[in-house]
Design a protein around this ligand. Sequence first.
Ligand code: ADE
Length: 252
Amino acid sequence: MSEQPLVLIVMAMEAEAAPLRASLGAAPAVPPDWASSLPVRLAVADHAGVDIVLVTNGTDPRTGVDCIGSTAAALATQVALDHTRTGLGRRPDLVLTVGTAGGWNRAGASIGDVYLAWDRFVCHDRRIDLPGFNAFGRADLPAADLRAHADALGCRLGVVTTGDSLDESPEDAARILASGAEVKEMEAAAVAWIGSLHDVPVGAVKAITDLVDSPVATAEQFSANLATAADALQRTTLALLARLGEEIGADV
Ligand code: ADE
């Protein structure tokens, strides 16, 4: 009997993940022993012919807030990949980094738009002016080709740029403009880096909560639009999984 496709979904904030976890009817799973002191939260589900592992970065025990950002995203991805290897005996067919993001009026984005990453993940705040290290800092990692799904899902396509700050410094702004990125968030390039080390393709689903070039403060826009964006993430991700079930399932 052929196996169902396996998709690993990596999310940062509980408010982003809760609607999707509930719709998937995902059941809690136990992280590997070596990760037992990490706050990472694992769950598994079977939806539309796809086996799913959903991992969230978890809550920081010291500050009590979600562990957003690239360090926690890399750890969560590694924990979940280890779970698929040891628990399920296989690597995922695809890793998806799913979450909220900032967009730009200048790129035609609106609040609530959902983007699929194409064609790469970059970093905008890792400036390392040493031979070779600049390229490492920029990341420039390939995104899985999900273009065939964008129209059917009503999604836009764009380069995703990752940094560890919600705001945009003048240096960040210049680097983002030069990279051509249209989606600004805090995890994707870290997930893509771990994926690249394990030779697993990484795609992204990112819902826009704020417009970076709006006169309204990013934090204010983010808080006002988080619940709507989480709902859009849930609907789009479920629809994408159903399409991937048919697409990857046919190849397995
Ligand atoms: N997540 C949502 N909006 C963001 C922004 N403007 N920058 C970084 N991460 C975000």
